[in-house]
Every structure is written in C-alpha cells, then in structure tokens.
Design a protein around this ligand. Structure first.
Ligand code: ASP
Length: 423
C-alpha cells in the first residue's frame, strides 16, 4: 500500500505538472490528449480490467461459500437482518451529518444567477448524460421493480449490462449456498471445496492486479488531473470541502465510535489494515472494482471469517453506500440553496429517506449516482440542470464517496459477525 500511495501522489504531481506545461504553452492540448489515450488510460484500464474480470466469479464463490459454511439457515437469517439494519443506520447517519453541515454552511446561497447559468452552460454534455441515465432507470422505485432488480428475466444478461448489475448474481449465489446446506454432508463439503477453490483463484488474480497497482494508480490519477475542469468558484469550493470534511467525519468519527462500542477491534489498527482498500477505492471510483481487494483484505488481513466476508461485502458493495447517500443529500440541498428554494425540516426528513433508498439502487461504478440525483432534484421541484453546478468536481468527490462506501462495509462487517460477538 505504501507503493500504491507513492504512485497516487506521483500521478497527481505528474498530472499537475503536465497541466501547468499546457497552460504555459509548452505542451499542446492535443499532445496531452494523445498521452492520455495511448499511455495513461490504457495502463489504468489493464488494472481495472483485471479487477473487474474477477468480480463475478469471486462474488458468486464467496457468497455461496459463505452461506454454505454458515451451515444453518437460521444463522443466515440472523446475519442478514443484522447486516441490513446496519446498512440502513450507516447511510441515514451519513446523510444526516451531510445535511446538517450544508444547512450550517449554506454554500449554495453564494451562487448568483449569472454564475449558475455559466456553470450550467459549461456542463451541458455531462448533464445530458445524467438525464439519459435517469430515463433508463425510471420506474425503479416500487416493489415490483425492486424484485426485478434481484430477479430479472435473465440474470446472465444483467451481468453483461455496462452498469455491471450484480444483484441478480447475488440472489443466485444465495440460493445456491442455501441449497447446498440441504445436501448430504459429503456433498456440502465438495461444494464448499469447489467454491473455496474459485475464491482462491480470484484472490490470486487480485494479487496480480495489486502488483500493477502503483503504476496503474499513478496513470489513473494523472489522467484524472489532466481532465479536471479548471473553473473554480468560492461557493463551490466551500461545498467541495464541506462534503469532503463531512465524509471524513463519518469515516473516521462515526466508524471509530461504532468500532469502539460494538467491537474489540482497535480503530487505528482497523484503518491501517484497510489502507490498500481505501487507495483502490479512491483511484478506481468504483465499489465493484474494489470488491475483490476488500474480500482479500477482510479475510487475510482483518481476520474476518470467510462466511461473513463472503456474505456482507458483496451485498455492501452494491447496497451499503453511505458516501453516495451523504453526497446525494448534500447536492440536493446545495442546488436548492443556489436556486433560492427552501427545504423545510419535513422535506429534509423525506430527503434522508429517499437518498438512502436511492443509494441502494446506485451501482458500484464511477458516476453512478448522478442520474439518481437528477431524480431526487425532480422530487423536490428543483431544476434538474442544477446538477451541472457540481459536475466540475464530481470526479474527485466520486473518489471520496467511494472510499467511504467501501470503508463502511469493512467496519460494519466487524459488528455483524455473530461469532466474533460471542467470543
Ligand atoms: N462511484 C460510487 C461507487 O462505486 C457510486 C457513486 O456514488 O457514483 O461506490
């Protein structure tokens, strides 16, 4: 993880230097685009590609293995109810912290109509993309569509979806694991051995990817810095640092309190143990792409039992997104402030509920929450183009929210592990 961190810093420094050379006229924009397309992005893509390749087999094997090893369905029920309750509390607390800060700082109030329309004009393309995403997702918020998310007409094609929908795979793995508990003991053991083998192969491939990580992370960061928008405004920075601050508070504050109250795990040791995961989440902006690394670290470095890791982490990567929920709430309030729309306490309470539900529906890929934020804005009668106000900074905030999304899964796992509690 030290080498990955050095790669991260080197990538940021190189990106800034290249941008500086472009601004002073030493390098042409075309040269930088070429460098990004032929070197930086491809190296990053090999790393991401290796991680993405193992997501499906690793999720399936870890989850099925976890359930089969739990052995009895009542134990699974207890783990599941504990886990889902923790997910909900984690996301609600994160969002409430975010809303409190936004109410206090009022960053959106500093944006006047002229700044608003110039920001909207300069992010027209990003806005159109998010609006198209919302159109594709529309109608997702009812019981029927929720069931559809787990049980689509064809679960294999849902894996081929560019959004990598892994909920159907999770459902199938759970069913296989549950079915395995009803087999004869020798058949159950064979099933466990087979799943264990697949999980080990996947973990090994993650090791290969991590060996490449220092270079790939440097390339990913340099590429991100080169593409950053340059327009910086005071109120926007207040928003960005406010969001980053509250994310840090939830990550290091709420999680530390939870670990201290409910577990015997020293928070310092915990955060040191998950450094590789945090760096992977930061550089990939994707919970899904980070999942193989989380599984490996949970089992090998944090000493979490295989069944619990295999059950909680894949579910957490898609459903437990406190960084995303917190961010969604902050953006809605910020944009409302920028348009002079007041959301009262009752409306903000509804906002907490809606952000938690929508964060569950967000896929663990970069920028996945943007379409849902447009939906949320619409819910409160706030102009959807307001999303453009924050698009210039979305990349960096996406990195940060993904870190929080993933870190919360790893800390909650210590609380939901029943055996550890009994010890
Ligand atoms: N990038 C986030 C994740 O993968 C999702 C989002 O909020 O856009 O966790």
């Amino acid at each position: 993880h030290q080498r990955i961190f050095i790669g991260l810093l080197a990538g940021i420094a190189a990106g800034l230097a290249l941008q500086g050379l472009r601004h002073s006229g030493f390098l042409s924009p075309a040269f930088l685009e070429g460098l990004d397309a032929t070197l930086l992005s491809p190296v990053g893509k090999v790393f991401l590609g290796m991680l993405r390749m193992v997501v499906a087999p690793l999720v399936f094997a870890s989850l099925a293995l976890g359930v089969a090893q739990l052995g009895r369905l009542d134990r699974l029920g207890r783990l599941a109810s504990r886990t889902f309750a923790l997910f909900a509390v984690n996301m609600a607390v994160g969002t409430i912290l975010g809303l409190l800060l936004m109410n206090w700082l009022q960053p959106g109030a500093g944006i006047d109509a002229a700044a608003r329309s110039s920001l909207i004009d300069s992010h027209a393309a990003g806005l159109a993309k998010a609006q198209a995403g919302l159109a594709a997702q529309s109608g997702k918020f009812n019981v029927g569509s929720l069931v559809e998310m787990f049980f689509p007409a064809n679960w294999i094609t849902s894996l081929a979806d560019p959004n990598l929908q892994i909920l159907p795979l999770i459902a199938f793995a759970l069913l296989c694991g549950m079915a395995a508990t009803t087999l004869s003991e020798s058949q159950r053991v064979s099933f466990i051995d087979a799943m264990d083998l697949i999980a080990r192969l996947g973990t090994k491939i993650v090791d290969f990817a991590l060996a490449l990580a220092p270079y790939a992370v440097a390339c990913l960061m340099a590429s991100a810095v080169i593409r950053f928008g340059a327009g910086v405004l005071g109120p926007l920075l207040l928003f960005v640092f406010g969001v980053l601050g509250v994310m840090a508070l939830h990550l290091f504050g709420s999680m530390t309190i939870l670990l201290k109250i409910f577990t015997k795990v020293p928070p310092r040791k915990f955060f040191r143990g998950i450094r590789t995961v945090l760096l992977t989440a930061f550089s990939t902006s994707s919970s899904n792409a980070t999942l193989p690394t989380s599984l490996r670290v949970a089992r090998e470095d944090l000493g979490v039992s295989a069944p619990t890791a295999g059950f909680v982490l894949p579910l957490g990567a898609t459903m437990n997104m406190s960084g995303t929920a917190l961010y969604e709430g902050c953006v809605v309030l910020f944009v409302a402030q920028a348009y002079g729309i007041h959301l009262d306490l009752a409306q903000q309470a509804i906002l907490v509920l809606l952000t938690v539900l929508s964060a569950v529906a967000v896929s663990g890929i970069p920028g996945a929450s943007l379409p849902l934020i447009i939906g949320l804005l619409g819910n409160f009668g706030i102009p959807a183009e307001g999303l453009a106000l924050v698009l210039g900074f979305d990349r960096i905030l996406d990195m940060a929210r993904t870190v929080l999304n993933v870190a919360a899964d790893l800390s909650l796992i210590h609380i939901s592990e029943p055996t550890r509690q009994a010890e």
